[in-house]
Design a protein around this ligand. Structure first.
Ligand code: AR6
Length: 189
């Protein structure tokens, strides 16, 4: 299921429902943990589908950082291993209950901003995001979705960020949330 919802500053913004590991884009974003250690959810799916080289690169990044965990909102990049995507951008969303709502929103927005900054730094032109923090990290999807959409559209206005940006939702409910949010915005002009 693909729906082209709107274009911003030359970038096509789409919502799809499905498995992010199947998407042939320059970079997919992983909702990682602060130790880049792999885990469940979309993180587990990406490491399973991408093979062991992604985790090896994650370990190298952690070594270079002297074991210092990523803060909520930070992002790093590795190759895509066996995935159709060329790169994986690993970002750590906020654990919802550990922050005030305003702080959680700021950290979540930082995930999207920092991921797009890495995309630009590497000269990449297409990206797919999962609904960061809305699984194990407990961010209510109806609160996270408008933050994700608003942040991404602001970044697209501010920079020549990319040509194609996909919100990859897993469940039907998230798919509708994103479609409604983008519909509201494109309807509002
Ligand atoms: N493709 C797209 N979206 C997916 C996929 C997939 N294959 N699988 C799950 N989702 P979560 P978080 C959706 O829990 O809340 C991990 O253990 C899922 O339905 O993956 O940021 C990490 O190691 C949900 O909408 O990420 C961390 O410890 C969204 O992805 C922790 O979970 C995010 O859910 C991160 O938690």
């Amino acid at each position: 299921m693909v729906a082209t919802e709107l274009t911003r500053n030359g970038c096509r913004v789409e919502v799809v429902q499905g498995d992010i590991t199947q998407l042939a884009v320059d970079a997919i974003v992983n909702a990682a943990n602060p130790w880049l250690a792999g885990g469940g959810g979309v993180d587990g799916a990406i490491h399973r589908a991408g093979g062991p080289t992604i985790l090896q690169e994650c370990r190298q990044i952690m070594e270079q950082r002297g074991g210092r965990p990523l803060a909520a909102g930070e992002a790093v990049i590795t190759g895509g291993g066996q995935l159709p995507a060329r790169y994986v951008i690993h970002t750590v969303g906020p654990v919802y209950r550990e922050w005030t709502p305003a702080e959680a929103a700021e950290r979540l927005a930082a995930c999207y901003r920092n991921s797009l900054a890495l995309l630009r730094q590497h000269g990449l032109r297409s990206i797919a995001f999962p609904a960061i923090s809305t699984g194990a990290y407990g961010y209510p999807p109806e609160e996270a979705c408008p933050i994700a959409v608003r942040t991404v559209l602001e970044e697209l206005e501010r920079h020549d960020a990319c040509e194609r940006l996909i919100f990859c939702t897993f469940g039907a409910r998230d798919y509708e949330l994103y479609r409604q949010e983008l519909g509201r915005i494109s309807g509002a002009g």
